[in-house]
Design a protein around this ligand. Structure first.
Ligand SMILES: [Zn+2]
Length: 215
């Protein structure tokens, strides 16, 4: 058994957080954030580096859009698993995602009208990145957990959410993976230093880290 972590966000930017934990036969996605820096926004339109239907579950660290804002697109593109997070993160995500979807719709319409008026085409399609319907479709997948509660994800893998102190409901997630009777653990949170420590501990515990760059 090995635990693999793939950092699926680019290394030069701070938004668009998402990384994948592959352990035993499970594929888990930690966060699914929106790229918010102007120069990286076009990445929101790229095809996911993993087929969304192949992802078993998403675990959300918190409800900021750079961590949850691409979930409606993930669901639109085929993800059907559970989205585990604290109840507060679930409640805030609902508001954030519906609001973000409305803005995406308004933005697309605004661009369409402007381009029509100016008789030109923009670099991106004049359709919303995702719609309010997509955001609504993602809501039933949210599965709230309590701090300290351990969720069995299947295949000898469990996750426990701890208070990360980053905002209401924000969590550090500890993964525990059973390997021949022994348990290996890795942790995550929003802080970049914590992500770096995951890289370190993952490498130490024989995990392979693949930095995928954008996508
Ligand atoms: Zn944050």
């Amino acid at each position: 058994m090995s635990i693999k972590m793939r950092f699926m966000e680019a290394t030069q930017n701070v938004t668009g957080s998402r990384y994948c934990v592959e352990a035993n036969d499970m594929t888990l996605l930690v966060d699914c954030g929106l790229y918010q820096e102007r120069e990286f926004r076009s990445r929101n339109w790229e095809t996911f580096a993993l087929p969304p239907e192949s992802i078993d579950a998403v675990l959300l660290t918190h409800a900021h859009l750079d961590h949850c804002g691409l979930l409606p697109k993930l669901v639109h593109d085929g993800f059907r698993g559970n989205i585990y997070c604290t109840a507060a993160t679930s409640d805030i995500s609902e508001i954030m995602l519906l609001d973000s979807a409305k803005l995406q719709e308004e933005d697309a319409e605004f661009k369409r009208k402007r381009h029509e008026r100016e008789g030109r085409k923009g670099p991106h399609p004049e359709v919303p990145l995702y719609t309010v319907d997509d955001a609504e479709a993602s809501l039933p997948l949210f599965s709230p957990v309590r701090y300290g509660q351990t969720v069995e994800l299947g295949d000898g893998i469990s996750a426990t959410f701890f208070d990360a102190g980053h905002g209401l409901g924000a969590s550090m997630i500890k993964f525990s993976v059973k390997d021949n009777g022994k348990r290996k653990t890795i942790r995550t949170s929003d802080e970049s230093k914590a992500i770096n420590s995951i890289r370190g501990s993952a490498v130490k515990s024989l995990a392979r880290v693949c930095v995928l760059g954008g996508g």
